[in-house]
Design a protein. Structure first.
Length: 512
């Protein structure tokens, strides 16, 4: 690799001694693994066995895309690595401005504390993408890769226009060689196209493209980043590629145990991200399929999930039956996998994974049908309180939230829907704008329930467990119904209070 982004390897003398003193910034396995906050390791304190060393005092990391993935990831890197300068840029000026205040653009437990420790020290937010690119040694690209809505592959393939535009911008603004890291989830072999675009230059610049997919889940992003199950870094299996991935591995090794940092080929890393999400979603669709059977056979889906999850080969996680999975990733990534399989002529593989998404859609529709059937086959003119609009608890994110589909279907049935949520009301307003029917919003669950015929719990916020359900019931129309789309409530207690209770994968508890 040329330029001042010299990565330890061939640039070092053949006798094994560095031509330049290793002015490392990156610590190896001896770095303290404590989670109590960052500790600066000065150059003098560096172990001699530094891996992948840049020939400069500090490494300059840039992240393009200050969203749910880029923002928290870079904040944790900056927090843990005071010796790395981290710049985060985005085309969205309002988002960047919010990152500079204490009212961050996304809600994540613990994130503000992490940002406040590093911001202004070695973590910076800006809209100056060009200057950021010019100064960077390593560029993480975390722009969105939504499902294509037009042309070939519409509804399934990933829309890579922002990615390609960003690659071209990196090329245009670079004056030195760089490592470019795919953080966004991308179809397998996207790096090939990136490689071609970036390395098509005639200026002698060399770009090493890596894949470092993100496995953080919303609501636990900081914890997932601070204590990850694994970090995956893929590269070309060339000496330059392997050196580049070791340089990025060294950044993570500041706080992640080496044995949790997995190195692989580029293609394995790209595909692993899609497959991880597909497997997680498949477990939910599997248990949701069984929930329908439970409701007809008087088996209890939570008992079944516990029984099968106790088998160490299956394990207990991601077996919680629900109204359906949401979030920006699962559906998008599975449809992307389906499209890739189809484009390779693997129709059986495509059909197999597509069924995971179809089962999820069916579960959402089934939930509404069950509401209708229980409420005497009509909800027209009835007030229905939706408890929770976020796609899961501890986030204000509503992307692909099952609550939107349920709201749409209830509104189409002419129900009067009142939505309450502690974090997601702003997004709920945007998502439901233009829907026919009457939809209202309130942060207060008691107000939402007043005069309602039914409550549908669609997000597993803890606060809903602890509400005064007798007070809620007293303010509702009779017969009063609760539909627990997350199985978080004490169903027998609610039944004893007087509610008709319908939970996922359980026998209904009804007075009428
Ligand atoms: C997104 C994708 O959804 C996910 O597949 C991928 O793995 C990472 O990026 P997320 O961070 O949740 O995840 O998306 P989002 O919150 O929309 O953030 C993307 C950011 O990129 C936005 O703030 C957007 O303004 C920015 N962006 C987009 C750019 O800065 N430049 C562009 O050209 C396009
Ligand atoms: C997911 C992956 O977990 C993460 O590794 C990846 O990087 C991004 O996609 P996220 O979408 O933030 O993360 O949330 P996750 O916790 O996976 O939940 C997704 C959806 O599945 C939520 O709607 C959640 O409520 C639902 N879910 C999850 C269930 O219905 N049952 C379960 O047992 C688990």
């Amino acid at each position: 690799m040329a330029g001042h982004l010299a990565i330890r390897g061939e640039d070092w003398a053949k006798d094994g001694r560095p031509q330049t003193r290793p002015r490392g910034i990156i610590d190896g396995p001896n770095y303290p693994k404590s989670l109590e906050g960052p500790k600066y390791v000065g150059r003098r304190g560096l172990p001699s066995a530094c891996q992948g060393v840049f020939m400069k005092d500090r490494v300059n990391v840039l992240c393009i895309g200050a969203g749910y993935v880029g923002g928290p990831t870079m904040a944790v890197i900056a927090d843990r690595c005071p010796h790395v300068t981290v710049n985060v840029v985005d085309i969205n000026a309002a988002r960047i401005q919010a990152w500079q205040t204490d009212d961050l653009p996304i809600f994540e437990p613990g994130l503000l504390e992490v940002v406040k420790r590093a911001r202004g020290r070695n973590l910076f937010f800006s809209t100056d993408i060009e200057a950021g690119i010019a100064a960077a040694d390593i560029i993480f690209v975390s722009v969105n890769t939504p499902t294509k809505t037009f042309g070939e592959g519409a509804g399934r393939a990933a829309d890579l226009q922002y990615w390609e535009k960003t690659a071209r911008q990196i090329l245009a603004c670079s004056t030195n060689s760089k490592i470019v890291v795919e953080k966004s989830t991308l179809p397998v072999r996207t790096a090939e196209a990136m490689d071609r675009i970036l390395n098509s230059n005639t200026r002698g610049l060399r770009f090493e493209v890596l894949s470092n997919p993100e496995f953080l889940a919303e609501g636990t992003a900081v914890k997932d980043l601070e204590l990850p199950d694994r970090v995956l870094i893929g590269s070309h299996e060339t000496p330059e590629g392997i050196r580049a991935r070791k340089a990025v591995a060294d950044i993570y090794a500041t706080w992640v145990a080496r044995e949790r940092i997995i190195e692989s080929s580029l293609w394995s890393a790209e595909l692993s991200k899609l497959v991880a999400n597909a497997f997680l979603a498949q477990r939910i669709s599997s248990i949701n399929a069984i929930s329908a059977l439970c409701e007809l056979t008087e088996a209890d889906v939570d008992e079944v999930a516990f029984a099968i999850g106790s088998d160490s080969r299956i394990g207990p996680r991601f077996l919680k039956a629900s109204v359906g999975f949401g979030g920006s990733c699962f559906k998008k990534d599975i449809l992307n996998l389906v499209y890739i399989a189809q484009s390779h002529g693997l129709d059986e593989v495509a059909r197999y994974w597509e069924a995971v998404v179809r089962m999820n859609e069916w579960q959402e529709t089934r939930f509404v049908r069950r509401m209708l059937a229980a409420m005497f086959n009509t909800v027209a003119g009835k007030k229905i309180a939706i408890f929770g609009f976020a796609f899961k608890a501890e986030t204000g994110d509503t992307r692909e939230s099952p609550a939107l589909e349920v709201t749409k279907q209830l509104a189409a049935e002419h129900a009067h829907v009142v939505i309450t949520d502690p974090k997601a009301l702003d997004n709920a307003r945007i998502d439901t704008a233009g829907l026919e029917g009457t939809i209202a919003f309130t942060p207060d669950p008691y107000e939402a329930a007043r005069g309602a015929h039914a409550i549908a719990v669609l997000t597993e916020w803890n606060l809903y467990r602890d509400l005064d359900w007798a007070r809620l019931l007293a303010s509702m129309e009779r017969p009063a119904f609760v539909f627990d789309g997350r199985n978080i409530l004490d169903h027998h207690r609610l039944f004893d209070l007087g509610f008709n209770v319908f939970a996922i994968g359980k026998r209904p508890l009804r007075h009428v």
